[in-house]
Design a protein around this ligand. Sequence first.
Ligand code: MN
Length: 134
Amino acid sequence: MAGTPKKVLVVEDNGNNLLLTKDVLRHHGYEVIEACNGHEAIRLARERNPDLILMDIQMAVMDGMAAGRILKGDPATRDIKVIAVTSFAMKGDREKILEAGFDDYIAKPLNTRELPLIVGKHLPEARDPGRETA
Ligand code: MN
């Protein structure tokens, strides 16, 4: 699979967070597609079949919890890894996120070193940009 970049759908309604996330992922060799609310995320997940989704939780139109539940309840999209991106810090939030079917979560503010590690953990064959594969 070398040479085929993994595709990550970034769902984020904050422009600065979106730019930062896209930069970090592209730097690490991922193909990035983007959505700014839950409805768009579901549509793009079905159309583009990403390998992984980074899902902001707090969004207008449809929030990330609702979108995550729909994606994980649909046989067409349930195998896509979905990582919640959340600034929630209250006790029990981790449980709620995992209960909704998310594969993992990452806390805001985004840590640019932690982000590719978490994504890479769920996409083990992801290309290492520092290594050339013949
Ligand atoms: Mn948000």
